[in-house]
Design a protein around this ligand. Sequence first.
Ligand code: UDP
Length: 315
Amino acid sequence: MHYLITGGAGFIGTHLSLRLLREGNQVTILDNLSTGRADRLRDSKAEIITGSVTDRELVFSLASKCDYIIHLACVVGVRLTMSRGCETLRLSHTGTENVLEAATVFSKGIFVASSSAIYGKTPKVPVAEEDDSILGASNKASWLYSVGKLVEEHLALAYCRERETSVKIGRFFNVIGPYQTGSYGMVVPTFITQALKGEELPVYEKGKQTRTFGYIEDILDGLQVVLQKGIPGEIYNIGGFEEISILSLAEKIIAMTGSESNIRFIPYSSAFGPYFEETIRRIPDISRLRMLGYEPRYTLDEALSEIISHHRKAT
Ligand code: UDP
């Protein structure tokens, strides 16, 4: 198969591209390289086109030549999306419309990457695909990314209903793995980097908020199950299985790295200003994907030890 992967030079895209190439596929990547990095794919056979999904002509020309489109391109990380709101929404709306239109015109299948962020501040745990999205007021820019991802999902579903586009949607839950950087605010690489340097780990508020992290290899397994067995027009949660509080995560990373770092508690208002809100507990209900044969394998300890040893090698 010849895959076109938008955002293919990012953290998830790089792992996906390398796996698809290992399996004997051809990969073309469209990435604006704003946060993605071409050097990690230099020794691979991936063809990297530097450009944006908002460039309709370019998207059409690349889509016409591939067999299947995987749409990952997006601004990443809470911190970055809050400071690049216009770009985030433009990529989600214009970019996603371009790839969906191209997939429709050239009759290609397409996977659209969404996020657990769309569930917002719902108190329900675990969350299943048909549960409500509950987002805060629009003066809280932390919900902007969720809105962008909801726009992508609604566009994808509308194309499926109205234009018979063969689109599948996956909602990723807190994906972690080698190559993920802490520069845009993601917690695991931030904590590991700080611990290895012996510097303070920044825990927001009291660290009672929880997440369920999914190791990249498991997440890619889930994505491939969706590609192989998923139903067009259907949404699938793709995530891990171990919930942990952010404070416990910090303590675990300090212990696993043998670091002498301390934890620093930072109020949301100091980190993000007065208008910040986030999800307090997040656990995916992955039964729909399990029904198709998906089973995440990596425990959090196994995932963290892989990532820590990768960070150690890189430094
Ligand atoms: N977090 C933290 N310190 C950091 C970065 C994040 O305490 O330096 C917390 C954040 O409040 C959230 C969790 O870690 O509850 C996960 O944050 P991340 O940005 O990795 O993913 P999110 O779930 O917010 O998309």
